[in-house]
Design a protein around this ligand. Structure first.
Ligand SMILES: *Cc1c(COP(=O)(O)O)cnc(C)c1O
Length: 412
């Protein structure tokens, strides 16, 4: 909001904002002064740090969350003649990652309270007789809450599906397991892979960046290969020995590389990785702050119920609080969402809508026609994301609640 209509005492609050300190800047400058700007030593350090945090065997860093999802879809072998299940309540990228392989998207409904794909939503999407057979699913941990991965995985196993979690909202979050325990999102205990995103509005910033976690070494190798044009320099994988090897030395030629399948350039630069690695050391602190702010919202917004209600909470996980979203009963409040957002903006409060159900996009509508997904529609009808980022001041939550009350004409 560059042009607030009146100069507020406090600066405008965006709905999300990164937090970059001098030590983050120094980490980036260190790379700029070094020998490698890309594919250097920071990438494996970032990958190892993420793998340790997730408790997973392998992490492949890449250019963005979208790239991470697309790499997972490619590594699953998705292509024309396949389909994959994607919940309608997500960012475009989850569905597009599937579609960009040539596979079709099988949109699933979500819980109207939490926006998460439930086991019954997955089952109904699989039971629909339109489109080619399903080969994979991409559950989305919306707002930072994990889907019930154990239950979704049970269905996936029954149908022989691969599963890649879209964890772009859930870095630092935890999910319930079948035995009642907890695992970090990214541990991949109930999936083949989990994808993350590192732009400024997410949990930690790399500028742009992403990562895929997996416990499957073959899948990790394929992801790493696909990230770099589909090429390999690993002599044990070479197929063409006459081109690969020198007659004289009987070893692989030093310049030789081979491309067994086609892939894009989705590499992450060391510049971005250095920022991400530096930020990763602060993730715990950021999450603690997000949790405290979310708790403050819970009480500050309580007087506005039932016009404003927090998004439904799932049992058995630990929220990563990427977004603080609420349901607003716009009909009862007698105001539409655009007018409410404008009133909030006039009071210096940024807000956003996450998301327009993806099956309603013209591209997908033309491709698949009208699909009835009432849970996603209901979630979309009322959702609004309020400012939430670690650098918010303690008083900011009260400021948002007050502005919301005024804007709704419901002074608490
Ligand atoms: C941000 C996001 C993505 C895409 O990540 P980028 O890094 O922006 O490409 C995918 N899925 C969800 C749910 C996201 O929020």
């Amino acid at each position: 909001m560059p042009d607030a209509p009146f100069p507020a005492a406090a600066p405008p609050l965006p709905y999300a904002r990164h937090w970059v300190d001098d030590d983050d800047v120094a980490a980036v400058c260190g790379v700029l002064r070094g020998d490698f700007l890309t594919s250097g030593p920071v990438i494996p350090r970032l990958e190892a740090a993420l793998a340790e945090r997730f408790g997973v065997g392998h992490v492949v860093a890449c250019a963005s969350g979208t790239a991470a999802l697309h790499l997972a879809a490619l590594a699953f072998g998705l292509g024309p003649g396949d389909s994959a299940v994607v919940p309608a309540m997500t960012f475009l990228a989850t569905a597009n990652a599937v579609r960009l392989t040539g596979a079709e998207v099988r949109f699933a409904d979500v819980d109207p309270e939490t926006g998460l794909m439930r086991p019954q939503d997955l089952a109904s999407a699989l039971a629909r007789e339109d489109g080619p057979p399903a080969k994979a699913l991409f559950p989305v941990h919306l707002n930072g809450q994990s889907c019930d991965m154990a239950e979704l995985a049970a269905i996936a196993r029954k149908h022989g599906l691969k599963a890649a979690e879209d964890g772009c909202h859930a870095l630092g979050g935890w999910q319930g397991e079948a035995d009642g325990g907890l695992a970090p999102v990214g541990a991949c205990r109930s999936s083949d892979a989990a994808c993350f995103s590192l732009p400024p509005a997410k949990a930690i910033a790399a500028g742009e960046g992403g990562a895929v976690a997996t416990d499957d070494p073959e899948l990790a190798e394929r992801l790493a290969r696909l990230r770099n044009h589909g090429m390999t320099r690993d002599p044990t994988r070479f197929e063409q020995s006459e081109l690969a090897c020198s007659e004289a030395t009987k070893t692989a030629n030093p310049w030789y590389y081979e491309m067994p399948e086609v892939g894009p350039n989705y590499r992450l630069s060391d510049i971005h990785a250095a920022l991400a690695l530096s930020q990763l050391s602060k993730l715990g602190r950021f999450l603690k702050r997000r949790r405290a702010l979310a708790d403050a919202y819970e009480s500050a917004l309580a007087p506005l119920a039932p016009l404003v209600r927090p998004i439904g909470r799932v049992a058995g996980g630990r929220h990563a609080w990427h977004l603080y979203a609420v349901h607003v009963d716009f009909a009862a409040a007698g105001i539409d969402r655009a007018a409410l957002m404008a009133r909030l903006a006039a009071r210096g409060i940024g807000s956003q809508v996450h998301y327009i159900p993806v099956h309603r996009q013209p591209y997908y509508r033309r491709r698949y026609g009208e699909i009835a997904l009432p849970g996603a529609e209901a979630y979309y009808a009322g959702c609004l994301s309020l400012p939430l980022f670690p650098k918010m001041a303690d008083g900011d939550v009260a400021r948002v609640a007050e502005a919301l009350a005024e804007a709704l004409g419901a002074k608490p």
